[in-house]
Write a protein that binds this ligand. Structure first.
Ligand code: HCA
Ligand code: CU
Length: 420
């Protein structure tokens, strides 16, 4: 259910024009989020994995300097944890992990390793605050990847957990491909690692097969099986477009931590994107999100990562896409100019973005043109604006109009009025 939109109208500026009616509130709010004592949507933590999952993105190559820049920016942004590639991956990965640990960032530093003693030993020597261990539990991975059975997996998990804990570090245990693993096996494994004292268990939708309902049911059940002090981390791939929704329902079901990456980069088409996830969460709990995250820095971080991995930010990206706050149809533009909450659930100003009311098309209405006329500092009566709008629509029926073209039409129309 959507929350009351009133918070979005307070910075009611369209194309730089202040709007007097922006603080008008709807008379009644029929839908309100239903509270739930297990839900963590107002107290979740982010494990930012651009420097681990994101390194698995097709065109990613992060040199040390870039990793330091990204880690520092993410920490300043407010993420709780930064997850780094395993030190076992390569000598440089190990050195970079040590370098980032020495930066003294506010965010806790984690490294992500296989569930083996060799990897765990390497990890604890790097200076990290915690270790994220993972092992495949689905029959696919047990048969075709590492070839180990559940008894072996449980035994090595407990050994690794006890070792990392003995070094005083935080430890998370996760099963790869959780949603295609035998449910009973999985719960037994999590119960065993919980009893071994793990700080956090992780659920990973490695192939992006999970749907919100499945996620909700699995996390809810898991929450009842492990002790209430053990955190639950979740990791969702986006192959079928559910990564944000899955992360959200996981929190509703009692998960505590969500893995993200900037722009969602990761294996294949990636995981839950940091920006899109926070767009979802600010609608849910605005105060919590604004108190923790410097949202105004989102675009800068996305641009930094996009440049590093040599991609463009998609046109329809959450929040920062070029048209995320552009309103075009006449009916929309009119309402937006009266009160931005009519057609916006997000307030662009929260993210340091600006709203744009499109005024150069055949579906433009006269309210948008009137607003543009005022922005250009020109004076016209409503009837004159309506005549001008008809002229712009005629032109826009023939060819696409650029902003400059349309401004020129407005100015020449205004001059003709003065000559009359
Ligand atoms: C991968 C591993 C992982 C691990 C997630 C986790 C996944 O396949 O590269 O540690 O929880 O998606 O399963 O990213
Ligand atoms: Cu993954």
């Amino acid at each position: 259910m959507c929350n009351e939109p009133s918070t979005n109208g307070q910075n009611g500026i369209a194309n730089g024009v202040e709007n007097g009616a922006a603080d008008k509130k709807p008379r009644s709010v029929p839908y309100k989020a239903i509270g739930d004592y297990l839900s963590n949507t107002g107290r979740f933590k982010i494990i930012e994995s651009t420097l681990r999952e994101g390194e698995q993105f097709a065109s990613a190559f992060f040199d040390t300097e870039t990793k330091v820049k990204i880690a520092t920016a993410l920490s300043d942004f407010g993420v709780d944890y930064i997850e780094l590639t395993s030190p076992a991956a390569s000598p440089q990965s190990r050195a970079d992990c040590e370098t980032i640990c020495k930066l003294g960032l506010k965010a806790k530093i984690l490294t992500h390793v296989r569930c083996t003693m060799e990897d765990a030993k390497l990890a604890v020597e790097t200076g990290v605050d915690g270790v994220d261990v993972v092992i495949g539990t689905s029959s696919f991975l047990r048969e075709f990847s590492h070839g180990k059975d559940m008894a072996y997996i449980t035994k090595s998990a407990i050994e690794v957990i006890e070792f990392v804990k003995s070094k005083g570090l935080e430890i998370r245990f996760s099963s790869e491909d959780s949603f295609r693993s035998d449910f009973v096996d999985l719960l037994a494994l999590y119960k065993a690692v919980d009893e071994a004292g793990v700080d956090r268990v992780g659920i990973a939708d490695t192939v992006g097969c999970a749907s919100p309902r499945t996620v909700y049911e699995l996390i809810r059940t898991l929450r009842g099986v492990i002790s209430s002090k053990t955190d639950i981390e979740t990791h969702f791939h986006n192959d079928t477009g559910c990564a944000i929704a899955n992360a959200f329902v996981a929190l509703e079901a009692g998960a505590t931590h969500v893995d993200t990456s900037v722009l969602g980069i990761g294996e294949r088409n990636g995981i839950t994107p940091l920006g899109g996830f926070l767009a979802r969460m600010i609608v849910e709990d605005r105060d919590y999100v604004l108190s923790k995250y410097k949202l105004q820095k989102l675009k800068e971080i996305e641009d930094m990562v996009a440049e590093a991995v040599e991609v463009n930010v998609p046109f329809n990206n959450y929040v920062t896409g070029f048209c995320s706050f552009t309103h075009k149809a006449g009916i929309h533009a009119k309402a937006i100019l009266n009160n931005p909450s009519t057609y916006e659930i997000l307030n662009p100003a929260d993210f340091g973005m600006t709203r744009y009311v499109h005024f150069a098309s055949r579906i433009t209405g006269w309210n948008a043109i009137k607003s543009r006329v005022e922005q250009l500092g020109l004076k016209m009566t409503d009837d004159q604006v309506k005549a001008l709008t008809a002229k712009i629509k005629e032109l826009a029926d023939i060819r696409p109009l650029a902003i400059d073209d349309t401004d020129a039409v407005i100015r020449s129309f205004h001059l003709e009025l003065a000559d009359k």
